[in-house]
Design a protein around this ligand. Structure first.
Ligand code: PMP
Length: 423
């Protein structure tokens, strides 16, 4: 399919998205029918990984049943089918992300892989001693450690945009941090620990006005918001397939063509070269230059099905439903005796982090699991956020569009029992 055809199919899918019916949507996810300890599963760990609709499961098994072959190399029937399926997803991903060209979409293993790619191939070679990379106080470890590694090697410095007790970034301080030595700004779109939706478009503009490249970690945004990298104006945008209802081991890195072209390869191997001799190799054009070796072809096909599925539900319907559900959840969880919410941002999506007086978050997680309710406890790969609040861990409920108010009520009842027993 051409990009124009993909765009018009996407528009048709989003227009055709009927009124949001959560019970109908739930039937698309077989795992949601699971019982846990004799109780219906209440899955509130979506920020860690989302469940998969039957359409994604079927796309992966159909691929293996009908199309499986290695891509880009064979002239035979199956290889051509597999290559077409894989490249077709690239065009769908381009439209999904709002990228100008399909070659600006690199298939990766996930957000972690995408950020490491940019840190290694874009930032590291351009960093000199005394340079700076700016991140924020609420980043996931995946958007801290790769920059720390690059800075450590080059004698550069990591600078951190501070946040308030509410869990919002301090924009004045951000502006003050940017200077001639800033070689990269890397910011999370939505915090996985607090749920804060950062004013990312404004923050990108602030950096771009000073000629500084920006990477956005969109791991938590892709399942909840419409992403439009052209509108955001960022240079790189990273997402994980498994958090947006696709297979694990898949992800997308959007990179502005000009920058991707100027970057050195990340990994060497098959598919990323043009010519190889023992003296020297030349590299393939983008995006193949960054896709060494046999990729997760079946996973990418499944990711394409996830994109289609999200569009068929309608991203505007998803955002509206989720925002009402989240508001309900924030009030209901916050109203349980002994609960303190961690982070109270004005703009929030997907996540509610909390503590219960007198009981460790891990114990809260274990007790509510007895009631069939799956939440996450721990530092959520955001230890600096925990340090900021002077705590070791939180309990975190995280939502998807298939969750319901009744499920929030189940969590609240389970939390009430926990408080009675141990609080
Ligand atoms: N950034 C954020 C904000 C995340 O929530 C996560 C996953 N929890 C990641 C990066 C890393 O994603 P992945 O493990 O899929 O590479």
């Amino acid at each position: 399919m051409s990009v124009a055809q993909v765009s018009s199919t996407h528009e048709r899918l989003e227009r055709a998205a009927s009124v949001f019916d959560v019970q109908r949507v739930r039937r698309d996810f077989p795992i949601l029918g699971t019982s846990v300890n004799g109780k219906p599963l209440v899955y509130l760990d979506n920020a860690a990984t989302a469940q998969k609709p039957q359409a994604v499961i079927d796309a992966v098994s159909r691929y293996y049943a009908n199309d499986n072959a290695n891509i880009h190399r064979g002239v035979h029937y199956l290889s051509e089918r597999a290559t077409a399926a894989y490249e077709d997803v690239r065009r769908r991903a381009q439209v999904f992300l709002g990228a100008g060209e399909a070659r600006e979409v690199v298939f990766v293993r996930g957000t972690t892989d995408a950020i490491n790619l940019v840190a290694h191939s874009y930032v590291r070679p351009r960093l000199e001693a005394g340079d700076e990379v700016v991140i924020s106080a609420m980043e996931h470890h995946s958007n801290i450690v790769p920059w720390q590694l690059a800075c450590g090697e080059r004698g550069a410095r990591l600078r951190v945009v501070p946040m308030t007790q509410a869990g919002e970034l301090m924009l004045d301080a951000y502006e003050e941090l940017l200077n001639d030595r800033t070689k990269m700004v890397a910011l999370g779109h939505i915090s996985n620990a607090l749920g804060t939706v950062n004013p990312i478009k404004e923050m990108v503009r602030t950096a771009k006005e000073r000629g500084i490249p920006v990477l956005v970690d969109g791991a938590q945004a892709a399942p909840h918001l419409t992403i439009d990298v052209s509108d955001l104006g960022c240079d790189f945008y990273a997402v994980s397939g498994h958090k947006m209802f696709g297979p694990t081991g898949t992800g997308l890195l959007y990179g502005r063509a000009e920058l991707l072209e100027a970057m050195s390869p990340y990994q060497g191997g098959g598919d990323m070269i043009e010519t190889v001799s023992f003296e020297r190799s030349t590299y393939a054009r983008i995006p193949a230059k960054f896709e060494a070796g046999t990729p997760n072809i079946a996973g990418v096909v499944g990711l394409g099905a996830a994109i289609d599925y999200l569009l068929s539900i309608g991203r505007a319907s998803i955002a509206k439903y989720e925002s009402e559900l989240l508001q309900y959840a924030v009030e209901a969880i916050g109203g349980v005796e002994g609960i303190r919410l961690v982070g109270t941002p004005r703009e929030r999506a997907g996540v509610v982090s909390f503590l219960m007086e007198g009981i460790h978050p891990h114990d809260v997680g274990t007790i509510v699991d007895q009631e069939g309710v799956a939440i996450r406890t721990g530092h959520h790969c955001a230890q600096p956020v925990m340090d900021f609040y002077g705590i070791a861990a939180t309990a975190r409920a995280s939502f998807a569009f298939y969750n319901t108010r009744e499920e929030v009520d189940s969590l609240v009842t389970a939390l009430g029992k926990t408080h009675e027993l141990f609080g």
